[in-house]
Ligand binder design. Sequence first.
Ligand code: F6R
Length: 624
Amino acid sequence: MCGIVGYIGFRQAPEICLAGLGRLEYRGYDSAGLAVITDNGQLDVRKVVGKIAALRELLQSQPLAGTIGIGHTRWATHGKPSVENSHPHLSCDGRIAVVHNGIIENYQELRSRLEAEGHTFTSQTDTEVMAHLIEKYYDGDLRAAVCRAVRDLQGAFAFGVICADSPGQMVAVRRFSPLVVGLGDGENYIASDMGAIRKETDRVYVIADDEVALLTPDKVELTDLDLNPVDREVFVIPWPADAAEKGGHKHFMHKEIHEQPDAIHACLAGRLSDPDKPIVLEDLNMSEREIKSLRKVVFTACGTAYHAGLVGRFLTEKLARIPAEADLAAELRARDPVVLDNTLCIVISQSGETADTLVALRDMKEKGAKVISVLNVVDSSIARESDGVVYIQAGPEIGVASTKAYTLQILTLELIALHFAEVRGVASPQQLHELKSALLKMPELAQTLLDREEDVKAIAAKYYQKPNALYLGRGINLPSALEGALKMKEISYIHAEGYSAGEMKHGPIALIEPSCFTVAIAVHGEVYDKMIGNIMEIKARSGPLIAVADDGDEQIPVTGVDPQADPDDVAGQPNDMLWVPPVPELVSPVTVAIPLQLLAYHAADMRGEHIDQPRNLAKTVTVE
Ligand code: F6R
């Protein structure tokens, strides 16, 4: 789950690596380090426990100079965060330096073997075995030594390697963990993702499993592990250089929430243009015959993406009338699902690199399911293993808490369900027209919701000091409640539970008291009356309540309000309202998401938390 970045060229490597690491910090941030080859041919290393800012500070007092360097931001897996366990890791003679993202599964066995051969280890990490393996195999050809070393490894990895005895070279290799090589003029780069080096170049090679890149300042050679040349087209990064910067917002999360109107527009472009024309989803890679013969759709994903999958399940059954399931990726394999003929698995992932999701995908493929993925990052591991990919077109998402990707995942699943319904002929033209018209209005509605940010902020100011929250929803908005609660807990650290409102009386109602606020999703639709009942029950127990309701709803603000209540009792106060423009219930998870993201954001900001890098979390979870 760590991030790696490397530079070889004519400029100073530390500055470029530091800037790249700053952009990769979402991948991990418990420690960081840099190694350069100095002008007099030595390896020089700096490491710190803490964030990139701490490394930057250390470099001020102990500068590094050199035009070849590799850097790392760590999220600990093997060995606690410490200077010894931070990367880069060195060979015994200190001439080879390695940075690594991933896990070497057989490192214990390799370490014992290497120790028996006389190698001395200085860390508890799995990574260090790679530095010693390369040292063992090095006979003047760094690339050949890396290839031999990789053959000994089991697990997932992306490595950047430099060697003081091969000062004009850098070698990078990967298996299952992401790696790109950036192409410049007289300078080249490696990185865990394109965002880290987009400022420097828009031309990259996306490296595949068991491929090796040999970089010099002037060229990049790609080969397999047997050193056979690999032909790869240059990928041109489609987003502008400043897309990965904060653009004037206090946090990336805030910027990304505000990017949603444009992002929704981009996601719909070319797919839905007219409420009376069919949805176009060529990248789905499914024939009409295949869609008509589908017997089951299984959604799988982790975290926020799983919540989007729950919305997808609902839409697939309700609109396309296909039996559907949704499973957490980490659980899917455990239950050994029965996969019938004509089963489609829809995998959802922002990063396309989530290890549990990748494992679930492989399992479903092995069992015979066709796999379509709904992704954001282009050319990821999940993309490469899927039979079809529909990109959500969100642009880079840097904030650890997913916002625009969630909204666009739902939107994309709406498009897929409508497409299935159309092809299978199971939805009425009126229903299709109504839903498509509502989706076409989404960019504008999202902007309306953002324009109401000050109202959301005022509500956040009232509640941000409370320790507990309950988020309730039903039907298609149960996932909205789960996602709203996840957003709140992960960035504000307020303990928030998402629940089906129908389950209230089966346990969670015991939590209701003045210090626990409830967020009830009560937009119009099939479950509206039942939500009114839940709100009454909460107010009757003096529970403070925020409702998400349609503009113009006069009932919800006063639902459950007891005019006889003591003035200090919340039962006598009108409910706090997060208003949303009315839309058909089946598309309401898109509009409901936005005020709940803003509520979590402002509550966390008022509490002074590290919003873009919440504690213990990393943006891309590349280990199971
Ligand atoms: C929460 C969040 C995570 C991710 C999850 C899956 O805000 O971002 O729950 O949704 O780790 O990540 P991806 O979508 O990259 O597979």
